[in-house]
Design a protein. Sequence first.
Length: 418
Amino acid sequence: MNILFISIIDFDSLEERSLYTDLLRALAEVGHRLACVSPVERRSGKKASFLTQGSVRILKPLIGNIQKTRPLAKGLALLFLERQLIRAIKRHLPDRFDLALYLAPPVTLNGVIDFIKRRDGAATYLMLKDIFPQNAIDLGLIKKGGLLHRYYAAREKRLYELSDHIGCMTPANVRFVVEHNPWLAPGRVGLCPNTITPGPLRAVDRPALRAKYHLPPEAVTFIYGGNLGRPQGVDFIIQALKSQIVRPDRSFVICGSGTEFGKLQKFLLKIKPGNIFLFPQQPKEEFEDLAAACDIGLIFLDHRFTIPNFPSRLLSYLENGLPVLAATDQNTDLRQVINEGGFGWWCESKNPDDFAALVEKALAMKAEFPRLGRLARAYLENNYRTEVSLKAVLAAATAKEAVDYPAFEFTAKVAAVP
C-alpha cells in the first residue's frame, strides 16, 4: 500500500525511536510505501523541508506553536493548521494514497482527512491518543456546553465520521468511544495500543550517572519523565512531595516540560529539598540512561479525568525494567495493567497520604525490585511490541470492520517470570 501518515509529531528520520517511528519503520519493513507529514513549529527554529530517505518521504511544513504552549497561542495555530497541511500535501505529495493514518490530538485535522479521502479514495485510520474536548472539560479548561465545547465536539464528531477505523489505546478507551458515540458502528472501533520496538536492557554505570546528576548514591530513586501540565495534576504532585522532603532513604527525579513546570520549580526553589531534583526535558537517550539508573518510575494524572487516559511514558519504564508507582484518576485502565502485570503500585491522585503510604510500601519491597523489574519488562514484551499495533492497522485497513486485537492477555503468564 501507499500510506500517508499525518501528525503534528516532529521527526526527521524513521531511525528515531518512538511509538510512531517504530510503527512506521515496521510498515516500511513489510513493504509498504510511506509518506509522512511531520510539521515543525515556529519556535523550534527549524525551516520547512522535504526529506527523502530511500522509499520514505518526510514532509515538514512550518506551522504555529501547538504543543506545550498557552491556550490562546495553541488555538490560533490550530486555526491555520489544516490550510497549511493541505497546501503542503498538494505541492509535494500529489500521488494517490491507499491509506491515511493519523493521530488525535488534534481533532482539527478534519479538512486534511476529508481532502485525502476525496482526492485519493483512501481508507482512513485514526489512532486515537486523547479524547478531546472531554479531557479539557474534566480539567475545567473548557466550559461544558459553552461555545468552545460545541465547536470542538462538532470537530471531534466529524473526525470520527471521516474515519473508517478508529484504533484506541486500551479496552476502556474502546468502551468510552462506543458508549459516548452511539451513532458510531462498534465494528469501526478497535484496539491499537501504544507500542514500541524494545531494545535490550540498558547496561549503564549507575554510580557514574547518579554522580553526574548529583543524586544520592544509595537512596531508592523514583523518576518521573514527561509533560508537566494540567493533565498531570501538578498541585497534587507538590502536595505528595511535601511528605518526602529530607528523607535520606529516598530521592525523586522529575524531568519534563510544560505549562506547569514553573509552578513546580517555584515550589522547589522555595523549600530547597536535598532529595528532590527537577530537570528540564532531557534528550531521549539521556533520559533513558537516567531512568535505567533509577529504581521506580512515576506516573501522575489529575484525579478529575472521566476519560481513560493511558500515558505513553509507561512504556519507557517497562523497557528499562522499572517497577511503576502511579497516582491517577480511577477511569484509566493503568490500574488494571499494573495489577495484572504485578509490577507496581497504584493510588488515586486525591489524597497525598495515599501516595506517601505507597512510597513506604515500595521501600519495604526493595529486595523485590529486580523481580518486579523483570515482570515489567515481560509485560512490555507480551503486550506492547510494535507488532501489535502493526497487526491492528493492517488488519483494519484490509477489512470492512475494525479488528479488536487482544492486547491484555497477560495474567496467566506472570507466574512464568522468575
